[in-house]
Design a protein around this ligand. Structure first.
Ligand code: OGA
Ligand code: MN
Length: 303
């Protein structure tokens, strides 16, 4: 089979045409979809009408499912009957949220605050607003490639410290603070700032909104550099902004892209999105001379 695609932007993304992801794929088709996914970083399927089981099955053809951990608070994260499905929504029922509100408002890749971040995520739009509620996607390959050679040299092989604990209330001001138990579960993690993609071997810029420090660069200067790099990643030339329609499925590679739920007036219209997530592997940087740097955790006892 030869799959037809339409490019979504100069930087990344392709819409897969004449393809129904609810139908089980044979091995050759699965291989071909994976190839175009690796090439474009994100794939869009439109007009999808599927069951939860079909959503799960299509996701599983790319890897091992990840179940999002519960929050210590009352906020539900996953569908009760289907813990494989994470709910992103502003809807409340009987005064209680039915999913995570304002998830991903800010550029990030999923699971970047963990030692083993998530490889990929697949978001299905069911109720999508007429005005706003778009999602931005950025190619971190492009962002890396476009850095001045001096900055590349400065960053290649360096690690950055990501801290959920320090950034939780900055990134989620609407959520309750982390409990002591949650803090213990979320130690610091150091990730290579320049990550080698394990399948394409290309380099990408791996920094995000949980990053607080870069190895060998003093406090404020490091934070400024993190802000500059974050702003750099989301420049229009590296991004694609997706305007959702009900029935859209976007499948993104967290290893070489970032995404952002673009803030909008969420008091006006309902937005209801279901996400499946895949397990990943430990990020690494592989230098030309073969030196390899890997992500590692710092246990709270050592901090
Ligand atoms: C996510 C996420 C963005 C959005 O589900 O991981 O960041 O636009 N969502 O809902
Ligand atoms: Mn996200």
């Amino acid at each position: 089979m030869s799959i037809r695609v339409r490019e979504l932007s100069e930087a990344l993304g392709a819409e897969v045409l004449d393809f129904d992801p609810s139908v089980p794929m044979d091995t050759a088709t699965a291989r071909e979809v994976r190839e175009i996914w690796l090439q474009y970083g994100i794939l869009l399927f439109r007009g999808v009408d599927w069951t939860l089981a079909q959503h799960i099955a299509f996701t599983e053809s790319f890897g091992e499912l990840h179940i999002m951990p519960r929050l210590a608070t009352e906020v539900p994260v996953n569908l009760q009957q289907h813990p494989e499905i994470f709910v992103v929504s502003n809807i409340e029922k009987d005064g209680k949220p039915i999913g995570v509100k304002r998830a991903g408002w800010g550029w990030h890749s999923d699971g970047e605050d963990k030692r083993v971040p998530n490889m990929a995520s697949m978001l299905y739009g069911i109720k999508t607003p007429e005005v706003g509620g778009d999602t931005g996607f950025a190619s971190t390959y492009r962002a890396y490639d476009a850095l001045p050679p001096k900055t590349k040299e400065r960053l290649d092989g360096k690690l950055a410290r990501f801290s959920r604990v320090e950034m939780h209330l900055v990134n989620y001001p609407n959520l309750p603070p982390l409990t002591e138990a949650e803090k213990r579960d979320r130690p610091y993690v150091w990730h290579p700032v320049v990550r080698t993609h394990p399948e394409t071997q290309r380099k990408c810029l791996y920094i995000g909104r949980w990053a607080v420090e870069i190895e060998g660069i003093p406090g404020d200067e490091g934070r400024e550099l993190i802000d500059d790099l974050t702003a750099h990643i989301s420049k229009p030339e590296f991004t694609y902004i997706h305007k959702w329609r009900p029935g859209d499925v976007v499948f993104w590679d967290n290893r070489c892209t970032q995404h952002c739920a673009i803030p909008y007036d969420d008091s006006k219209e309902d937005r209801y999105m279901l996400r499946t997530t895949l397990e990943g592997d430990t990020p690494f940087h592989l230098a030309e001379d073969g030196r390899r740097v890997e992500s590692f955790l710092v246990s709270p006892l050592e901090v």
